[in-house]
Design a protein around this ligand. Structure first.
Ligand SMILES: CC(C)(COP(=O)(O)OP(=O)(O)OC[C@H]1O[C@@H](n2cnc3c(N)ncnc32)[C@H](O)[C@@H]1OP(=O)(O)O)[C@@H](O)C(=O)NCCC(=O)NCCS
Length: 170
């Protein structure tokens, strides 16, 4: 993300211009404008927004919630190294989107890494991060970072937190 400054803040609808946000996907745009604040108040999701350091415009956002992953959907070589629990703790990256004016500048990747840092810093353990890509392009985006498809769970993808931690340390 060269050439412009961005800062990450917890969602605070009263002080951030979320109504102007438009990522080109109606569902993800509407979610930030109308639903995210309520989900945060009800402890359904945490929401972080990326603000343009100069204008204060909302350039992107992501949400995180506690979730779990079914060990049956994981590749054999990973399962061998895991405790025999039916489910493993996971952080659900429920939504991630970048405003059309800011796409292609590295912000999507920066939001993903900020979410990874938040999960790693949390005292609540998560073995993996999981996502439900909204379309094939989103699945390709997540695949670039090492997310893999879960075998038992539709289009859901996962990545071990250990892999994300390694990416952050490089
Ligand atoms: C998908 C999205 C989050 C990517 O954000 P972005 O800021 O444009 O992406 P970045 O600039 O950080 O790109 C990171 C990498 O992903 C790739 N990428 C970005 N958008 C992509 C897309 N739609 N399809 C495939 N790859 C994509 C980039 O080429 C880049 O790869 P590179 O480092 O090898 O060049 C953004 O385009 C968006 O919000 N789209 C609409 C909503 C959406 O689909 N969200 C996904 C939620 S499930």
């Amino acid at each position: 993300m060269s050439g412009w400054k961005v800062r990450f803040e917890d969602l605070d609808r009263a002080n951030q211009p979320v109504e102007a946000f438009d990522c080109g996907n109606a569902v993800l745009t509407r979610y930030l404008r109308t639903q995210a604040g309520q989900d945060v108040r009800r402890h359904i999701a945490a929401c972080v927004v990326a603000l343009d350091g100069e204008t204060g415009a909302v350039a992107g956002y992501y949400t995180l919630s506690a979730s779990r992953v079914d060990r049956n959907g994981l590749p054999d070589e990973l399962v061998k190294k895991l405790p025999r629990h039916e489910h493993l703790p996971a952080a659900l990256l429920g939504r991630l989107a970048v405003d059309v004016a800011y796409q292609g500048k590295g912000l999507g990747g920066a939001l993903l890494m900020d979410a990874a840092e938040a999960v790693i810093a949390s005292p609540v353990a998560a073995w993996a991060m999981i996502v439900d890509p909204i379309d094939n392009a989103a699945a390709v985006f997540y695949g670039k970072y090492g997310f893999q498809k879960l075998e038992t769970d539709g289009t859901r993808m996962f990545i071990p937190m250990k892999t994300l931690a390694k990416a952050l340390s490089q």
